[in-house]
Design a protein around this ligand. Structure first.
Ligand code: ADP
Ligand code: ZN
Length: 353
């Protein structure tokens, strides 16, 4: 796979850069801006106007916001509109929004006429540091989250931290969980920046945000380039996610992704400490960061150890019936462990009840 084209441009230069880049790369004769109902009002209409001023033709195709709409019906409606607007293979799609939009727009791009080029413009912190990079697309179904989808790389990812200024704090925290994950598995410097700059981050300081987004994007793209289909080191990005996904599912998604990953990271660290894989000091440091950003480290009351173990056995990442967990040996170093037993999980559940 060739290098990913990811550009981080903060502030007013952003749209100028996007336009110059679109004009020179000639990705599409016209563009479909796929977005959700919130982001449409906040940013899509403005983007369309800016493109129009530069003689770039686009249409907006929006869907109602929320994970519950990340399904086949939404994709079908978007496909219908692409046909009605006579989109062809020399046209392109722009995914403007959070992770839900990126997943839906990427999936649609990958199947419409066997594939149109697409561009990611993420507007949530989670999407900027995680879901817009890597080319995983997908939708949810009665069989589970993200089980239907494709690996389909965006041609470009344009990131502007200014979009975060309208994002609710809860969503910022969700993104912070993934950023802590990146620091823990590959780059301890990120953890130090987070430790020192909470106020600046919540005040949307563009310099600090650009810095941490840039570091996370590099880590994620390196892992993806080395292992596009997730057979090897890309798995490290699942740190905190095995337990996290189970928590999300058991809470019927009332616990948000970042929060669930936070609980997952805290719990797997506790297990790693008990198995002498990780020092208590390192585990405490990561926990203190999670707490600093008001992320949960304890299980919701409704989730018992029996339920959690049950859900873990059904996780899609179970391979050859051996459960794989990503553990941290020290900040910046991850490895896969297959030696974590149900009894280890039960003990950790007690500590995190
Ligand atoms: P995520 O990126 O967390 O996976 P979503 O795509 O569902 O999830 O985005 C979370 C919510 O934030 C949605 O309701 C979406 O419409 C809204 N949203 C996305 N970007 C922004 C933004 N920049 N400002 C305000 N709200 C936003
Ligand atoms: Zn995640």
């Amino acid at each position: 796979m060739k290098k990913l084209d990811i550009q981080i441009v903060s502030g007013d230069n952003f749209i100028r850069r996007v336009i110059v880049d679109l004009k020179s790369s000639n990705l599409g004769k016209k563009y479909a801006i796929i977005t959700d109902s919130n982001v449409k009002k906040l940013y899509a209409e403005k983007l369309q106007k800016d493109l129009k001023k530069a003689d770039i033709e686009s249409v907006i195709i929006s869907f109602p916001y929320g994970e519950k709409n990340k399904n086949f019906q939404t994709v079908e409606k978007i496909l219908d509109q692409l046909f009605k607007e006579e989109f062809h293979r020399d046209d392109a799609i722009i995914a403007l929004g959070g992770g839900v939009t990126g997943d839906i727009a990427g999936f649609t791009a990958s199947i419409y006429m066997r594939g149109l080029p697409y561009i990611q413009i993420p507007t949530t912190l989670l999407a900027m540091v995680d879901s817009s990079i890597g080319g995983k697309t997908g939708i949810d179904s009665k069989w589970g989250k993200n089980l239907i989808g494709t690996f389909y790389q965006p041609k470009k990812v344009y990131i502007n931290p200014k979009f975060l200024e309208t994002l609710p704090k809860k969503q910022i925290r969700n993104g912070i969980a993934e950023i802590i994950k990146c620091g823990a598995i590959a780059r301890p410097a990120i953890l130090k920046i987070l430790n020192k700059n909470k106020d600046k981050i919540f005040a949307f300081n563009q310099k600090v945000l650009s810095k941490i987004i840039n570091l996370c994007v590099k880590i994620k793209s390196n892992f993806v380039l080395a292992d596009e289909k997730e057979n090897g080191i890309r798995k490290y990005l699942n740190y905190g996610h095995t337990i996290g996904h189970a928590v999300e599912k058991l809470s019927k998604f009332s616990v948000q992704h970042g929060e669930a990953v936070s609980i997952g990271m805290a719990m797997i660290n506790t297990i790693a400490v008990s198995k002498k894989i990780m020092s208590k000091k390192d585990s405490d440091f990561i926990k203190s960061l999670l707490k600093l950003y008001e992320l949960p480290t304890h299980l919701p009351r409704t989730i018992s150890s029996i339920k959690l173990i049950g859900a873990l056995s059904l996780d899609k990442k179970t391979e050859n019936s051996k459960r794989q967990f990503v553990v941290i040996t020290k900040p910046g170093k991850a490895k896969i462990s297959t030696l974590i037993t149900n009894s280890d999980i039960t003990k950790a559940c007690k500590k995190h009840a």
